[in-house]
Design a protein around this ligand. Structure first.
Ligand SMILES: Nc1ncnc2c1ncn2[C@@H]1O[C@H](COP(=O)(O)OP(=O)(O)O)[C@@H](O)[C@H]1O
Ligand SMILES: [Mg+2]
Length: 224
């Protein structure tokens, strides 16, 4: 069995005017199918950059990254989007819900690369929203929901395609501690079904609920 995530010596450099920012400076990590992993570390240490590469939202500048046994460097942008749509559920730090669309419509968006009809995707989206406790808010727009509800909607959108991997970037960062605990319980439940869950977090309670903690400092893993 190959690891679901296998990264070796990943570097990521952003070209900024007048300088280059080295966000990742040689990150190697293996994550097995079904594992739950917390990524911790100070702001600017490269956590989001690493998560975006894992989620095929971005490519490394150099290094090797295999997702579920496939070398993503060989994929075209279109294949990469397909891979992301089929295997990855991503919970963004700022939710990234589309304000003009209802919660239900937002949660059907990940099906864009899948050949399913509208009524099936609506059913799946309704199920996902019920799973996160938002069954009664599906026709609302994002600006009509609370922070905790938006976070739940973002999680529903990540799990609606039943992905192998859920990647979440500080999913409890903007929540009060009671709501954070509810969201945490959702992630623990997600991990139970052999899904791999990787969470960037500053919250020790969230980190301790994961099987493994990976610490990042200055673009590198300090220990894991
Ligand atoms: N799109 C980008 N363009 C330029 N620099 C970036 C970009 N994204 C991140 N960075 C820089 O890369 C470094 C790591 O950022 P990030 O991965 O967001 O860290 P973290 O999530 O740990 O706070 C920071 O110095 C940040 O400013
Ligand atoms: Mg970040």
């Amino acid at each position: 069995m190959h690891p679901i995530i296998h990264a070796q010596n990943l570097h990521k450099t952003y070209a900024e005017p007048g300088k280059a920012v080295h966000a990742l400076k040689g990150v190697s990590l293996k994550i097995e199918k079904g594992e739950s992993v917390a990524i911790m570390g100070p702001s600017g240490s490269g956590k989001s950059t690493l998560l975006h590469i894992f989620g095929c939202l971005d490519k490394p500048s150099s290094g090797f990254y295999h997702l579920d046994g496939k070398d993503v460097a060989c994929l075209t942008d279109n294949e990469l989007s397909r891979m992301r749509s089929l295997k990855i559920g991503f919970v963004f730090q700022r939710f990234n819900l589309i304000p003009q669309l209802t919660i239900l419509a937002n949660v059907t968006l990940p099906f864009i690369y899948q050949d399913l009809n509208r009524s099936d995707t609506n059913d799946l989206a309704q199920n996902a929203l019920a799973q996160v406790g938002l069954g009664n808010r599906i026709h609302h727009k994002p600006n009509e929901l609370s922070g905790g509800e938006l976070q739940r909607a973002a999680i529903a959108r990540a799990l609606v395609t039943d992905p192998l991997i859920i990647l979440a970037d500080e999913p409890t960062g903007n929540l009060d501690s009671a709501t954070a605990a509810e969201i945490l319980a959702l992630f623990v439940a997600l991990n139970r079904h052999k899904r791999t869950v990787i969470i960037v977090t500053h919250n020790m309670q969230v980190a301790n609920s994961c099987q493994r903690i990976v610490n990042m400092i200055d673009g590198k893993i300090s220990h894991s």
